[in-house]
Design a protein around this ligand. Structure first.
Ligand code: PEP
Ligand code: CO
Length: 444
Protein backbone atom coordinates (compact mmCIF):
# COMPACT_ATOMS: atom_id res chain seq x y z
CA UNK A 1 0.00 0.00 0.00
CA UNK A 2 2.47 2.60 -1.18
CA UNK A 3 0.22 5.65 -0.88
CA UNK A 4 -1.73 4.64 2.23
CA UNK A 5 -1.42 6.98 5.19
CA UNK A 6 -2.76 6.55 8.75
CA UNK A 7 -5.37 9.25 8.07
CA UNK A 8 -6.54 7.76 4.74
CA UNK A 9 -9.73 6.58 6.47
CA UNK A 10 -10.90 10.18 6.79
CA UNK A 11 -11.95 10.16 3.12
CA UNK A 12 -14.50 7.40 3.86
CA UNK A 13 -17.69 7.22 5.87
CA UNK A 14 -16.84 6.26 9.46
CA UNK A 15 -19.58 4.63 11.53
CA UNK A 16 -19.79 4.69 15.31
CA UNK A 17 -17.60 7.75 15.81
CA UNK A 18 -17.98 10.31 18.57
CA UNK A 19 -19.44 13.73 17.86
CA UNK A 20 -16.99 16.11 19.56
CA UNK A 21 -18.18 19.62 20.33
CA UNK A 22 -14.78 21.11 19.46
CA UNK A 23 -12.66 19.99 16.52
CA UNK A 24 -9.79 22.14 17.82
CA UNK A 25 -9.77 20.37 21.18
CA UNK A 26 -9.80 17.00 19.42
CA UNK A 27 -6.92 17.96 17.12
CA UNK A 28 -4.90 19.16 20.07
CA UNK A 29 -5.29 15.79 21.82
CA UNK A 30 -4.45 13.87 18.68
CA UNK A 31 -1.25 15.93 18.31
CA UNK A 32 -0.30 15.09 21.89
CA UNK A 33 -1.07 11.39 21.44
CA UNK A 34 1.01 11.26 18.28
CA UNK A 35 4.07 12.32 20.28
CA UNK A 36 3.70 9.78 23.06
CA UNK A 37 5.71 6.55 22.96
CA UNK A 38 4.25 3.34 21.52
CA UNK A 39 2.64 0.86 23.91
CA UNK A 40 3.89 -2.24 22.07
CA UNK A 41 6.76 -2.93 19.67
CA UNK A 42 6.93 -4.18 16.10
CA UNK A 43 8.95 -7.22 17.28
CA UNK A 44 6.09 -8.30 19.52
CA UNK A 45 3.55 -7.65 16.78
CA UNK A 46 5.52 -9.75 14.29
CA UNK A 47 6.00 -12.50 16.91
CA UNK A 48 2.24 -12.68 17.42
CA UNK A 49 1.71 -12.84 13.66
CA UNK A 50 4.03 -15.84 13.32
CA UNK A 51 2.32 -17.59 16.18
CA UNK A 52 -1.10 -16.96 14.66
CA UNK A 53 0.15 -18.59 11.46
CA UNK A 54 0.76 -21.79 13.44
CA UNK A 55 -2.73 -21.60 14.93
CA UNK A 56 -4.21 -21.30 11.42
CA UNK A 57 -2.62 -24.67 10.66
CA UNK A 58 -4.00 -26.21 13.83
CA UNK A 59 -0.62 -26.43 15.53
CA UNK A 60 -1.43 -23.89 18.23
CA UNK A 61 -4.65 -22.55 19.76
CA UNK A 62 -5.61 -18.91 20.28
CA UNK A 63 -7.30 -17.95 23.54
CA UNK A 64 -8.65 -14.40 23.26
CA UNK A 65 -10.60 -13.04 26.19
CA UNK A 66 -11.41 -10.20 28.53
CA UNK A 67 -14.04 -7.59 29.24
CA UNK A 68 -16.62 -6.47 26.74
CA UNK A 69 -15.58 -2.96 27.75
CA UNK A 70 -12.80 -2.13 30.16
CA UNK A 71 -13.50 0.93 32.24
CA UNK A 72 -11.05 3.40 33.70
CA UNK A 73 -12.12 2.67 37.29
CA UNK A 74 -11.18 -1.00 36.87
CA UNK A 75 -7.55 -0.16 36.22
CA UNK A 76 -6.65 -1.69 39.58
CA UNK A 77 -4.35 -4.43 40.79
CA UNK A 78 -7.04 -6.99 41.72
CA UNK A 79 -9.07 -6.58 38.53
CA UNK A 80 -6.01 -6.90 36.30
CA UNK A 81 -4.45 -9.81 38.18
CA UNK A 82 -7.73 -11.71 38.35
CA UNK A 83 -8.19 -11.38 34.61
CA UNK A 84 -4.65 -12.54 34.02
CA UNK A 85 -5.14 -15.44 36.43
CA UNK A 86 -8.27 -16.78 34.76
CA UNK A 87 -6.70 -16.52 31.31
CA UNK A 88 -3.59 -18.33 32.57
CA UNK A 89 -5.67 -21.03 34.21
CA UNK A 90 -7.74 -21.52 31.07
CA UNK A 91 -4.57 -21.69 29.01
CA UNK A 92 -3.13 -24.42 31.28
CA UNK A 93 -6.30 -26.46 30.85
CA UNK A 94 -6.13 -26.02 27.06
CA UNK A 95 -2.41 -26.78 26.80
CA UNK A 96 -2.88 -29.93 28.85
CA UNK A 97 -6.01 -31.10 27.08
CA UNK A 98 -5.29 -30.12 23.48
CA UNK A 99 -1.56 -30.82 23.63
CA UNK A 100 -0.88 -27.59 21.81
CA UNK A 101 0.81 -24.33 22.46
CA UNK A 102 -1.75 -21.72 23.54
CA UNK A 103 -1.45 -18.09 22.42
CA UNK A 104 -2.84 -15.79 25.12
CA UNK A 105 -4.46 -12.63 23.85
CA UNK A 106 -6.27 -10.32 26.27
CA UNK A 107 -9.13 -8.01 25.39
CA UNK A 108 -7.20 -5.67 27.59
CA UNK A 109 -5.13 -2.48 27.87
CA UNK A 110 -7.20 -0.49 25.38
CA UNK A 111 -10.68 -2.07 25.12
CA UNK A 112 -12.31 1.26 25.98
CA UNK A 113 -14.51 2.13 22.97
CA UNK A 114 -17.86 0.48 22.18
CA UNK A 115 -20.11 0.38 19.13
CA UNK A 116 -23.75 1.01 20.07
CA UNK A 117 -26.95 -0.03 18.33
CA UNK A 118 -28.43 3.48 18.77
CA UNK A 119 -26.78 6.90 18.83
CA UNK A 120 -29.04 8.10 21.62
CA UNK A 121 -30.68 6.70 24.72
CA UNK A 122 -34.06 7.85 26.06
CA UNK A 123 -35.13 7.46 29.69
CA UNK A 124 -38.38 8.99 31.01
CA UNK A 125 -38.67 11.27 28.00
CA UNK A 126 -35.07 12.53 28.28
CA UNK A 127 -32.83 11.77 25.29
CA UNK A 128 -29.03 11.85 25.57
CA UNK A 129 -26.15 10.55 23.44
CA UNK A 130 -25.42 6.86 24.10
CA UNK A 131 -22.49 5.83 26.28
CA UNK A 132 -19.71 4.80 23.86
CA UNK A 133 -17.09 3.58 26.31
CA UNK A 134 -14.77 5.38 28.72
CA UNK A 135 -12.52 6.46 25.86
CA UNK A 136 -15.34 8.72 24.64
CA UNK A 137 -17.82 9.68 27.35
CA UNK A 138 -19.16 8.66 30.75
CA UNK A 139 -21.87 6.06 31.53
CA UNK A 140 -23.91 8.26 33.92
CA UNK A 141 -27.23 9.38 32.41
CA UNK A 142 -26.53 13.12 32.56
CA UNK A 143 -25.94 15.58 29.76
CA UNK A 144 -22.45 16.42 31.15
CA UNK A 145 -21.29 12.80 31.32
CA UNK A 146 -22.52 11.95 27.83
CA UNK A 147 -20.73 14.77 25.98
CA UNK A 148 -17.70 13.24 24.20
CA UNK A 149 -14.53 14.63 25.78
CA UNK A 150 -11.27 14.25 23.81
CA UNK A 151 -9.17 14.40 26.99
CA UNK A 152 -10.50 10.89 27.63
CA UNK A 153 -8.31 9.70 24.74
CA UNK A 154 -5.23 10.73 26.73
CA UNK A 155 -6.59 9.12 29.88
CA UNK A 156 -7.32 5.93 27.94
CA UNK A 157 -3.78 5.87 26.59
CA UNK A 158 -2.53 6.34 30.17
CA UNK A 159 -4.73 3.55 31.56
CA UNK A 160 -3.65 1.23 28.75
CA UNK A 161 0.00 2.00 29.51
CA UNK A 162 -0.45 1.36 33.25
CA UNK A 163 -2.30 -1.89 32.61
CA UNK A 164 0.30 -3.09 30.15
CA UNK A 165 3.15 -2.11 32.44
CA UNK A 166 1.70 -4.23 35.23
CA UNK A 167 1.02 -7.18 32.93
CA UNK A 168 4.56 -7.02 31.59
CA UNK A 169 6.03 -7.01 35.10
CA UNK A 170 3.84 -9.93 36.20
CA UNK A 171 4.65 -11.90 33.04
CA UNK A 172 8.35 -11.62 33.48
CA UNK A 173 9.11 -13.60 36.64
CA UNK A 174 7.73 -14.85 39.94
CA UNK A 175 4.00 -14.63 39.32
CA UNK A 176 4.34 -16.26 35.90
CA UNK A 177 6.59 -19.13 37.00
CA UNK A 178 4.99 -22.42 35.99
CA UNK A 179 6.65 -24.04 39.02
CA UNK A 180 4.22 -22.07 41.15
CA UNK A 181 0.80 -22.24 39.52
CA UNK A 182 -0.69 -21.60 42.97
CA UNK A 183 0.08 -17.93 42.25
CA UNK A 184 -2.77 -18.08 39.76
CA UNK A 185 -5.34 -19.51 42.14
CA UNK A 186 -8.51 -17.51 42.51
CA UNK A 187 -10.53 -17.79 45.73
CA UNK A 188 -13.02 -20.16 44.19
CA UNK A 189 -10.40 -22.81 43.56
CA UNK A 190 -11.03 -24.00 47.11
CA UNK A 191 -14.80 -24.16 46.98
CA UNK A 192 -15.73 -25.04 43.42
CA UNK A 193 -16.87 -28.31 41.88
CA UNK A 194 -14.23 -27.74 39.24
CA UNK A 195 -11.43 -27.46 41.75
CA UNK A 196 -10.46 -31.14 41.76
CA UNK A 197 -10.29 -31.34 38.01
CA UNK A 198 -8.21 -28.18 37.73
CA UNK A 199 -5.84 -29.28 40.53
CA UNK A 200 -5.37 -32.65 38.82
CA UNK A 201 -4.36 -30.90 35.59
CA UNK A 202 -1.93 -28.62 37.43
CA UNK A 203 -0.48 -31.64 39.26
CA UNK A 204 -0.01 -33.43 35.96
CA UNK A 205 1.74 -30.47 34.38
CA UNK A 206 4.01 -30.06 37.41
CA UNK A 207 5.16 -33.69 37.21
CA UNK A 208 5.82 -33.36 33.47
CA UNK A 209 7.84 -30.25 34.20
CA UNK A 210 9.90 -31.99 36.89
CA UNK A 211 10.46 -34.91 34.54
CA UNK A 212 11.69 -32.61 31.76
CA UNK A 213 13.98 -30.76 34.13
CA UNK A 214 15.43 -33.99 35.48
CA UNK A 215 16.25 -34.96 31.92
CA UNK A 216 17.79 -31.51 31.42
CA UNK A 217 15.39 -30.80 28.60
CA UNK A 218 13.37 -27.90 29.92
CA UNK A 219 14.37 -24.41 28.96
CA UNK A 220 13.99 -22.46 32.17
CA UNK A 221 13.67 -19.07 30.57
CA UNK A 222 10.51 -20.27 28.84
CA UNK A 223 9.03 -21.66 32.03
CA UNK A 224 9.66 -18.78 34.40
CA UNK A 225 7.89 -16.27 32.24
CA UNK A 226 4.80 -16.20 30.07
CA UNK A 227 3.96 -14.54 26.79
CA UNK A 228 0.86 -12.43 26.79
CA UNK A 229 -0.48 -10.28 23.96
CA UNK A 230 -3.09 -7.51 23.89
CA UNK A 231 -6.01 -6.71 21.60
CA UNK A 232 -8.93 -4.30 21.39
CA UNK A 233 -11.60 -3.27 18.92
CA UNK A 234 -10.02 -0.62 16.70
CA UNK A 235 -13.18 1.45 16.70
CA UNK A 236 -12.12 5.01 17.46
CA UNK A 237 -10.10 5.80 14.38
CA UNK A 238 -8.58 9.08 15.60
CA UNK A 239 -7.05 7.18 18.52
CA UNK A 240 -5.78 4.35 16.33
CA UNK A 241 -4.39 6.80 13.78
CA UNK A 242 -2.45 8.75 16.43
CA UNK A 243 -0.69 5.57 17.53
CA UNK A 244 0.09 4.32 14.03
CA UNK A 245 3.77 4.78 13.27
CA UNK A 246 6.63 3.79 11.05
CA UNK A 247 9.48 1.94 12.73
CA UNK A 248 13.16 1.79 11.80
CA UNK A 249 14.30 -1.10 9.62
CA UNK A 250 10.85 -2.35 8.69
CA UNK A 251 8.55 -1.23 5.95
CA UNK A 252 5.00 -0.08 6.46
CA UNK A 253 3.02 1.27 9.38
CA UNK A 254 2.32 -0.40 12.71
CA UNK A 255 -0.54 0.29 15.07
CA UNK A 256 1.48 0.49 18.26
CA UNK A 257 -1.45 0.79 20.67
CA UNK A 258 -2.02 -2.97 20.73
CA UNK A 259 -0.72 -6.18 19.21
CA UNK A 260 -3.95 -7.13 17.46
CA UNK A 261 -6.69 -4.61 16.73
CA UNK A 262 -9.95 -6.02 15.41
CA UNK A 263 -12.84 -4.65 13.36
CA UNK A 264 -16.28 -4.98 14.92
CA UNK A 265 -19.24 -6.47 13.11
CA UNK A 266 -20.95 -3.08 12.86
CA UNK A 267 -18.02 -1.37 11.15
CA UNK A 268 -16.90 -4.01 8.66
CA UNK A 269 -18.39 -2.56 5.43
CA UNK A 270 -15.94 -2.97 2.57
CA UNK A 271 -16.10 0.71 1.55
CA UNK A 272 -16.11 2.05 5.10
CA UNK A 273 -13.45 3.99 6.96
CA UNK A 274 -12.51 1.11 9.26
CA UNK A 275 -11.57 -1.26 6.44
CA UNK A 276 -9.60 1.56 4.80
CA UNK A 277 -7.63 2.14 7.99
CA UNK A 278 -7.05 -1.56 8.69
CA UNK A 279 -5.96 -2.31 5.13
CA UNK A 280 -2.78 -0.29 5.64
CA UNK A 281 -1.29 -1.57 8.88
CA UNK A 282 1.21 -4.38 9.36
CA UNK A 283 -0.35 -5.83 12.54
CA UNK A 284 -2.26 -9.06 12.42
CA UNK A 285 -5.90 -7.97 12.38
CA UNK A 286 -9.18 -9.53 13.39
CA UNK A 287 -12.60 -9.02 11.87
CA UNK A 288 -15.93 -10.12 13.27
CA UNK A 289 -17.96 -12.25 10.90
CA UNK A 290 -21.70 -12.84 11.23
CA UNK A 291 -24.82 -14.24 9.60
CA UNK A 292 -25.54 -11.07 7.63
CA UNK A 293 -22.36 -11.37 5.55
CA UNK A 294 -22.61 -12.44 1.94
CA UNK A 295 -19.96 -14.60 0.27
CA UNK A 296 -18.74 -11.57 -1.72
CA UNK A 297 -18.46 -9.48 1.41
CA UNK A 298 -16.28 -11.97 3.29
CA UNK A 299 -14.16 -12.57 0.18
CA UNK A 300 -13.69 -8.81 -0.13
CA UNK A 301 -12.56 -8.66 3.49
CA UNK A 302 -10.01 -11.41 2.95
CA UNK A 303 -8.63 -9.80 -0.21
CA UNK A 304 -8.51 -6.29 1.27
CA UNK A 305 -7.12 -7.18 4.69
CA UNK A 306 -4.65 -9.81 3.54
CA UNK A 307 -3.82 -8.93 -0.09
CA UNK A 308 -0.45 -10.72 -0.02
CA UNK A 309 -1.69 -13.87 1.71
CA UNK A 310 0.69 -13.30 4.58
CA UNK A 311 0.57 -16.14 7.13
CA UNK A 312 -0.98 -15.18 10.47
CA UNK A 313 -2.20 -11.84 9.14
CA UNK A 314 -5.98 -12.27 9.29
CA UNK A 315 -8.17 -13.67 12.07
CA UNK A 316 -11.83 -14.25 11.19
CA UNK A 317 -13.80 -14.18 14.43
CA UNK A 318 -17.19 -15.72 13.72
CA UNK A 319 -20.20 -14.97 15.88
CA UNK A 320 -23.55 -16.29 14.69
CA UNK A 321 -25.54 -17.52 17.68
CA UNK A 322 -26.20 -21.17 18.48
CA UNK A 323 -29.34 -21.11 16.30
CA UNK A 324 -27.65 -19.69 13.21
CA UNK A 325 -24.17 -21.12 13.00
CA UNK A 326 -25.15 -24.31 11.17
CA UNK A 327 -26.82 -22.30 8.42
CA UNK A 328 -24.04 -19.77 7.79
CA UNK A 329 -20.64 -21.11 8.80
CA UNK A 330 -20.28 -23.82 6.11
CA UNK A 331 -21.19 -21.28 3.41
CA UNK A 332 -18.66 -18.72 4.67
CA UNK A 333 -15.87 -21.31 5.09
CA UNK A 334 -16.41 -22.30 1.45
CA UNK A 335 -16.45 -18.69 0.30
CA UNK A 336 -13.11 -18.05 2.03
CA UNK A 337 -11.65 -21.24 0.63
CA UNK A 338 -12.34 -19.94 -2.87
CA UNK A 339 -10.06 -16.94 -2.21
CA UNK A 340 -7.20 -19.46 -1.82
CA UNK A 341 -5.90 -17.40 1.09
CA UNK A 342 -5.03 -18.65 4.52
CA UNK A 343 -6.94 -17.26 7.49
CA UNK A 344 -7.17 -18.13 11.16
CA UNK A 345 -10.77 -18.96 12.09
CA UNK A 346 -11.81 -18.52 15.70
CA UNK A 347 -15.20 -18.73 17.38
CA UNK A 348 -16.78 -15.92 19.41
CA UNK A 349 -19.74 -17.77 20.93
CA UNK A 350 -20.79 -14.71 22.94
CA UNK A 351 -22.09 -12.01 20.60
CA UNK A 352 -24.70 -14.03 18.73
CA UNK A 353 -26.20 -15.33 21.97
CA UNK A 354 -27.24 -12.18 23.80
CA UNK A 355 -30.79 -11.96 25.16
CA UNK A 356 -32.74 -9.89 27.68
CA UNK A 357 -34.50 -11.42 30.69
CA UNK A 358 -38.05 -10.54 31.73
CA UNK A 359 -36.63 -8.24 34.40
CA UNK A 360 -34.46 -6.43 31.85
CA UNK A 361 -30.99 -7.93 32.31
CA UNK A 362 -28.91 -8.39 29.18
CA UNK A 363 -27.58 -11.92 29.54
CA UNK A 364 -26.26 -15.01 27.76
CA UNK A 365 -26.87 -18.67 28.52
CA UNK A 366 -23.89 -20.89 29.22
CA UNK A 367 -25.57 -23.69 27.27
CA UNK A 368 -26.03 -21.56 24.14
CA UNK A 369 -22.43 -20.38 24.30
CA UNK A 370 -21.19 -23.94 24.65
CA UNK A 371 -23.52 -25.17 21.92
CA UNK A 372 -22.21 -22.60 19.44
CA UNK A 373 -18.63 -23.59 20.30
CA UNK A 374 -19.30 -27.29 19.90
CA UNK A 375 -21.04 -26.75 16.60
CA UNK A 376 -18.12 -24.59 15.45
CA UNK A 377 -15.66 -27.42 16.16
CA UNK A 378 -17.85 -29.95 14.32
CA UNK A 379 -18.50 -27.72 11.30
CA UNK A 380 -14.85 -26.82 10.77
CA UNK A 381 -13.93 -30.47 10.98
CA UNK A 382 -16.63 -31.49 8.54
CA UNK A 383 -15.54 -28.78 6.08
CA UNK A 384 -11.87 -29.76 6.30
CA UNK A 385 -11.09 -26.42 7.90
CA UNK A 386 -9.48 -25.58 11.27
CA UNK A 387 -11.02 -23.88 14.29
CA UNK A 388 -7.83 -22.36 15.65
CA UNK A 389 -9.09 -20.53 18.70
CA UNK A 390 -11.84 -18.98 20.80
CA UNK A 391 -12.90 -15.48 21.80
CA UNK A 392 -14.69 -14.89 25.12
CA UNK A 393 -16.03 -12.03 27.17
CA UNK A 394 -14.98 -12.97 30.66
CA UNK A 395 -13.71 -11.64 33.93
CA UNK A 396 -11.64 -13.07 36.78
CA UNK A 397 -14.21 -11.75 39.23
CA UNK A 398 -17.26 -13.32 40.80
CA UNK A 399 -19.92 -11.59 38.73
CA UNK A 400 -23.40 -12.88 37.86
CA UNK A 401 -24.04 -11.84 34.27
CA UNK A 402 -24.44 -15.09 32.29
CA UNK A 403 -27.02 -17.75 33.11
CA UNK A 404 -26.04 -21.39 33.74
CA UNK A 405 -22.81 -23.24 34.32
CA UNK A 406 -21.94 -25.73 37.04
CA UNK A 407 -23.30 -23.54 39.81
CA UNK A 408 -26.65 -23.30 38.04
CA UNK A 409 -26.96 -19.51 38.09
CA UNK A 410 -30.53 -18.62 37.08
CA UNK A 411 -32.24 -15.46 35.87
CA UNK A 412 -33.18 -14.48 39.45
CA UNK A 413 -29.54 -14.80 40.54
CA UNK A 414 -28.29 -12.24 38.01
CA UNK A 415 -28.97 -9.26 40.27
CA UNK A 416 -26.46 -10.41 42.95
CA UNK A 417 -23.37 -9.12 41.15
CA UNK A 418 -24.37 -7.80 37.75
CA UNK A 419 -21.61 -5.26 37.04
CA UNK A 420 -21.06 -4.92 33.31
CA UNK A 421 -21.81 -1.58 31.64
CA UNK A 422 -22.19 -3.27 28.27
CA UNK A 423 -22.25 -7.04 27.50
CA UNK A 424 -22.57 -9.91 30.02
CA UNK A 425 -19.32 -11.78 30.79
CA UNK A 426 -18.56 -15.29 31.93
CA UNK A 427 -17.42 -15.22 35.55
CA UNK A 428 -14.22 -16.99 36.58
CA UNK A 429 -15.89 -20.28 37.27
CA UNK A 430 -17.95 -20.31 34.06
CA UNK A 431 -14.83 -19.38 32.10
CA UNK A 432 -12.78 -22.24 33.52
CA UNK A 433 -15.68 -24.60 32.94
CA UNK A 434 -15.77 -23.45 29.32
CA UNK A 435 -12.06 -24.31 28.90
CA UNK A 436 -12.67 -27.78 30.36
CA UNK A 437 -15.65 -28.23 28.03
CA UNK A 438 -13.62 -27.28 24.95
CA UNK A 439 -11.06 -29.94 25.83
CA UNK A 440 -13.79 -32.45 26.46
CA UNK A 441 -15.38 -31.77 23.10
CA UNK A 442 -12.08 -31.77 21.22
CA UNK A 443 -11.25 -35.19 22.71
CA UNK A 444 -14.61 -36.59 21.65
C1 PEP B 1 -17.56 -6.97 21.02
O1 PEP B 1 -16.68 -7.80 20.73
O2 PEP B 1 -17.69 -6.47 22.16
C2 PEP B 1 -18.54 -6.61 19.97
C3 PEP B 1 -19.21 -5.47 20.00
O3 PEP B 1 -18.68 -7.58 19.06
P1 PEP B 1 -19.36 -7.58 17.61
O4 PEP B 1 -18.62 -6.55 16.82
O5 PEP B 1 -19.09 -8.99 17.15
O6 PEP B 1 -20.81 -7.30 17.80
CO1 CO C 1 -19.27 -7.30 23.71
Amino acid sequence: MSNWQPDAWQQHAAKQQANYPSQTALNDVIDQLSQLPPLVTSWEIEALKSQLATAAKGEAFLLQGGDCAENFADCTSPVITNKLKILLQMSLVLIHGLNKRVIRLGRIAGQYAKPRSADTETINGVTLPSYRGDLINGPAFTAEARVPDPVRLLRGYGRAAMTLNFIRALSDCGFADLHHPENWDLDFVHHSNLSDEYQRIVGDLSSSLKFMETLGGADNTEINRIQFFTSHEGLHLHYEQALTRRVPNRSGFYNMSTHLPWIGYRTAELDGAHIKYFSGIENPVGVKVGAGMSDEWIQGLVDTLNPNNEPGKLVLIHRFGAQNIAEHLPRLINAVERTEKEVLWISDPMHGNTETTASGYKTRRFDNILSELEQALDIHQAEGSVLGGVHFELTGDDVTECIGGARGLDAEGLQRAYKTQVDPRLNYEQALEMALAIVDKAKR
